[in-house]
Write a new protein. Structure first.
Length: 101
């Protein structure tokens, strides 16, 4: 079997607006049943797969909107409650606003 995937915005991740952070670029992860895990940050064309291999195709994420430090603490708390972000990542991304959440 072969895996195929065409991807865009690999070299230039989606940009943020009005102070928002850039989004995550797409990439592929191939975990062979025999061998080492490989991360492929570009499209794949006729990538050979064997029985038991696992392929994960991660889509890119959109860029942020607005300065993360100005995010409403109630919105941060809601993101934490829903599992959209960890406490450590919220502190990293939102700074003092996360400590008020």
């Amino acid at each position: 079997m072969f895996a195929n995937r065409s991807m865009e915005r690999v070299q230039c991740p989606p940009w943020g607006l009005w102070g928002g952070e850039p989004g995550a670029p797409p990439h592929n992860v191939v975990e062979p049943a025999q061998g080492e895990r490989q991360e492929i940050a570009h499209g794949i064309n006729r990538y050979p797969l064997a029985a038991g291999d696992r392929v994960t195709m991660l889509t890119g994420g959109g860029g942020g909107w607005g300065d993360p430090a100005e995010r409403d603490p109630a919105a941060i708390q809601d993101d934490l409650r829903r599992g959209y972000v960890t406490q450590d990542r919220a502190a990293q991304d939102y700074g003092d606003a996360a400590s008020q959440a």
